[in-house]
Write a protein that binds this ligand. Structure first.
Ligand code: NI
Ligand code: MN
Length: 226
């Protein structure tokens, strides 16, 4: 599985012969100014919740690529209303099958309202399984004991977790989350984009290292193989 990071909480994973793109927020992100959003590919677009820093480019990318959107029910309704044709509306605890594998919607402790002010349902994360190999993207969330259920139910190759604090978990809670998830390979997200979530990279990496785990902070546009 190859992960490519596009800044903030946006990344793609190439797996099962498909490209899964998560939470696109590229054009409004000054840190991602060198990314040409029109070159970002997607067969599937997974949206965790309704906040603009997770779906600013979603409708445009879905229309250009013809990608199928996978999202919590209310977010799915919203993007269908933006003229996106292929939408799989899901809800928490449910698993669905696709041509690359399966997706299960997981709990996240956060909020979710859409850019037009409409109700976004509950925010979600995703457990993705491709040919018996799984990875987890928590979405924006606080630390929650529910993550133990994910660690007990799937062997994770890697997990993408927010580490920026203020709006989501910070590094210390993300380290605890990695223990709950029984996962040693963590990719950091939701940091540096805005002043309240700027972090000390060296300190964050050292924190995980001291626990025998790896925190990956790929450059924006950079890729990692898992
Ligand atoms: Ni959010
Ligand atoms: Mn966010």
């Amino acid at each position: 599985m190859q992960l490519t990071y596009f800044g903030h909480s946006c990344f793609s994973v190439a797996a099962g012969g498909r490209t899964l793109l998560f939470d696109p927020f590229i054009t409004p992100n000054p840190l991602a100014a060198h990314i040409d959003v029109d070159t970002v590919s997607a067969d599937y677009l997974l949206l965790s919740h309704g906040h603009a820093d997770h779906l600013a480019d979603a409708a445009a990318i879905a229309k250009r690529t013809g990608a199928t959107v996978i999202a919590p029910f209310e977010v799915g309704n919203w993007i269908a209303g933006q003229g996106v044709a292929k939408v799989r509306h899901m809800n928490h605890g449910g698993r669905a099958s696709f041509d690359f594998g399966t997706v299960k919607l997981t709990n996240a402790i956060h909020s979710s309202s859409l850019p037009d002010g409409s109700y976004g349902g509950n925010p979600a994360g995703f457990l993705v399984t491709v040919s018996g190999e799984s990875f987890y993207y928590s979405g924006d969330t606080a630390l929650t004991l529910d993550m133990q259920l994910i660690g007990a139910s799937a062997r994770l190759r890697f997990a993408v977790l927010p580490i920026g604090d203020h709006f989501t978990m910070g590094c210390e809670d993300a380290l605890t989350a990695s223990r709950f998830l029984q996962c040693d390979q963590i990719v950091g997200a939701h940091y540096d984009t805005f002043p309240p979530i700027k972090i000390d990279h060296a300190r964050a990496v050292a924190l995980f290292q001291q626990a025998g785990k790896t925190l990956h902070l790929p450059a924006i546009g950079g890729s990692l193989d898992f």
